[in-house]
Design a protein around this ligand. Structure first.
Ligand SMILES: [Cu+2]
Length: 136
């Protein structure tokens, strides 16, 4: 019986060593932004500002997503939602600005300089965690 003790201890150490590798991999994945234990990927979505309009004017997104407004016009614009409490500030021609969406970031927005420029962020339905990531 005495002979089994060192054997079992060695076996336990061996099992722990084998378990370390997947654990280390999980830590690496968790360090990648947008991956890991979250239910879905946070994604970046782009709205192009062109000819005094947002394209698309109606953008579906989810909390955690980043929306990037790219100004392709020759005058500055903003994307501003007084209702939701976010504002890109002035976006110079050929530059961009981004907003990371929170739970309450959705709804209509407009350009502070040209109030007839209107857009809206609509909220995606939540994706079940069991579905694979669509972009992979
Ligand atoms: Cu504008």
């Amino acid at each position: 019986m005495r002979g089994q003790v060192p054997t079992n201890e060695a076996g336990a150490r061996h099992r722990r060593a084998r378990l370390l590798a997947p654990g280390a991999l999980a830590l690496v994945l968790a360090a990648v932004p947008g991956c890991g234990s979250h239910a879905r990927h946070a994604v970046a979505r782009q709205v192009v500002i062109r000819s005094f309009a947002y394209d698309p004017a109606d953008l579906a997104a989810a909390p955690g997503d980043t929306v990037v407004w790219v100004n392709e016009d020759i005058v500055p614009h903003t994307a501003t939602s007084a209702q939701a409490g976010w504002n890109t500030g002035s976006i110079a021609p050929d530059s961009s600005a981004r907003v990371v969406l929170g739970r309450r970031s959705f709804g209509p927005y407009a350009c502070s300089f040209h109030p007839n420029m209107k857009g809206i962020l609509t909220r995606n339905g939540a994706r079940p965690a069991s579905l694979p990531h669509p972009s992979e």
